[in-house]
Design a protein around this ligand. Structure first.
Ligand SMILES: Nc1ncnc2c1ncn2[C@@H]1O[C@H](COP(=O)(O)OP(=O)(O)OP(=O)(O)O)[C@@H](O)[C@H]1O
Ligand SMILES: [Mg+2]
Length: 505
């Protein structure tokens, strides 16, 4: 395997978030092959115990979960100093520790060992070690290459939720059934259960839930828990595409299909072959494409734009929406037959407020760990008042809002201490997308009252398109400022241009 294809390969492995041990194992195997090393091992730093632990080793002699103190050997040296070490003859290097060779009966000659970390400032998370290059010694190029790959591995480590096992066992455990997913409350457990059942089948799944409840995350969870996990997971986001482009994005186009189509381009459906196609915000699928997509769901056949040939795809479809699809159907904006086809299995993701304060706290702690590692901050600590406030906050933007908030709290706290002063301030709130949706679902006729100040209030009816609601709100604010847009901009905390844009819409 060429070096370049290894990088691409590893990148796609990382993106697919397979089981972490499998990922490290595969990475080791391929590294050894690409760098023509006889053995490759990945050691992870267990800071709590001051040890290095092997997670995986292309070294049959080495028991998995082997530990050694951080201060021992060349791997230990690299973990402590962050240096890259390249030696031609290990037995001549005073840092070399021969005790592992004695246990395994293996003879180490050349070595190339690099730290696993995101950049020179970031903490060292582990060490990747190659032994005995086939034809003698590792060179400069091997070294640069290994450092680049170790950086990628570091990112993967940061992205996953690996952490020391509670019982202090030999290793690190995934926090929950699914990589990167936190939550033990009853409503979220019910979701896990449905996800797992759905994953075993090829049934089309419709994920529903307010913004920021994890629809994207769970779509991926379905994929990685399905028999298609080794194949691609491909997303089509219906909100970001201009309507004219959706068909070609989905099904591809032939050369000359339209102006500018100078070559044949495969669609996402083709790219997802064998895997999972994730249609994000299916409620926004343009009306003229809905029929074609319905046919695709029913028969798994399609034509490229400008093409005559009927093609067939073997993929599973997962769709998501935060919209009130029933209403869209009633109003004729969404085809009823597509609605039934898309929701063979429907999974509703609960909003954060339904998951309980404990879950909010564990998510907060989870994100704090993630961002502290990412920003090189010390182990985060929450002041009691901050915790109380976090647990009590309404989090209208759900997990995403909580995540962003924790990220900025960590970024602003060099000592890792999260205080109540970091909490989002409750200023005048626009009727947010989610708030609108949420109350729309609960009580469709109830108006939302936005209160810029105690004495001046306006009533914005529910169910308006967000832009229209924003326009009304901005307009009212400008009037309240006697038509002074600069002052209105200041009171809303935005620039004057934003005011102008909102009013023009
Ligand atoms: N249970 C969870 N555990 C850990 N992280 C989560 C969880 N749920 C959501 N997140 C994180 O919260 C953020 C928002 O999730 P995601 O993008 O999947 O939401 P969404 O429902 O697709 O939102 P939208 O409708 O706005 O697209 C992501 O960064 C995601 O990783
Ligand atoms: Mg999403």
């Amino acid at each position: 395997m060429s070096r370049l294809s290894l990088i691409v390969d590893l990148a796609s492995l990382l993106a697919r978030e397979v089981d972490f041990d499998t990922l490290l194992g595969t990475a080791c195997e391929r590294l050894a092959r690409a760098l023509r090393a006889d053995r490759a091992t990945i050691w992870i730093v267990d800071a709590e115990h001051g040890d290095l632990v092997t997670r995986v080793a292309v070294l049959p002699e080495l028991p998995e979960g082997l530990r050694q103190p951080l201060v021992r050997g060349i791997a230990g040296h690299v973990a402590l100093t962050g240096d890259v070490v390249r030696v031609d003859d290990a037995s001549q290097d005073p840092r070399f520790d021969s005790s592992t060779d004695k246990v395994t009966g293996y003879t180490t000659r050349s070595m190339l060992v690099a730290p696993i970390r995101e950049d020179a400032q970031a903490p060292v998370r582990g060490v990747v070690q190659l032994l005995n290059r086939e034809d003698g010694a590792f060179d400069e190029e091997d070294e640069q290459y290994l450092v680049a790959l170790a950086t990628q591995l570091a990112r993967a480590l940061t992205l996953t939720t690996l952490r020391a096992a509670d019982g202090g066992g030999p290793g690190l455990v995934l926090q929950s059934t699914f990589n990167k997913i936190v939550g033990r409350s009853a409503p979220i457990r019910a979701v896990y259960e449905r996800i797992q059942l759905a994953a075993q089948t090829d049934a089309t799944v419709l994920l529903r839930g307010e913004t920021g409840t994890g629809k994207g995350l769970f779509a991926r969870a379905i994929h990685v828990n399905s028999r298609r996990q080794a194949r691609p997971f491909i997303t089509v986001d219906c909100t970001t595409l201009p309507a004219q482009l959706v068909e070609s994005e989905l099904f591809g186009h032939e050369r000359g299909a339209f102006t500018g189509a100078d070559r044949r381009v495969p669609g996402k459906v083709e790219l997802a072959e064998g895997g999972t196609l994730f249609i994000d915000e299916i409620g926004d699928l343009p009306p003229d494409i809905q029929g074609k997509f319905l046919r695709f769901l029913q028969e798994r056949t399609f034509e490229r734009v400008g093409g005559r040939q009927t093609l067939r795809a073997d993929i599973r479809v997962v769709a998501a929406t935060h919209r009130d699809l029933e209403r869209a159907v009633a109003e004729g904006r969404f085809r009823e037959d597509l609605y039934y086809r898309a929701r063979v299995v429907e999974i509703e993701l609960p909003p954060l407020r339904a998951r309980g304060a404990d879950e909010i706290e564990s998510l907060a702690r989870h994100f704090a760990d993630v961002y502290a590692t990412r920003y090189g901050r010390p182990t985060p600590r929450f002041e009691p008042a901050a915790l109380v406030a976090i647990r009590a906050h309404a989090w209208p933007g759900n997990v995403r809002e909580l995540e962003h908030w924790i990220e900025s709290a960590i970024a602003l706290a060099p000592d890792g201490r999260v205080t109540a002063s970091h909490l989002p301030r409750r200023g005048p709130e626009l009727p947010t997308d989610s708030a609108r949706r949420e109350s729309a679902a609960a009580a469709p006729q109830r108006p939302v009252v936005a209160e810029p100040t105690a004495e001046h209030a306006i009533t914005i009816p529910l169910g308006l398109p967000l832009e229209e609601a924003v326009r009304l709100y901005v307009d009212a604010t400008v009037k309240d400022c006697d038509g002074n847009k600069t002052e209105a901009a200041r009171s809303l905390g935005v620039g004057r241009n934003t005011i102008g844009r909102a009013l023009r819409r």
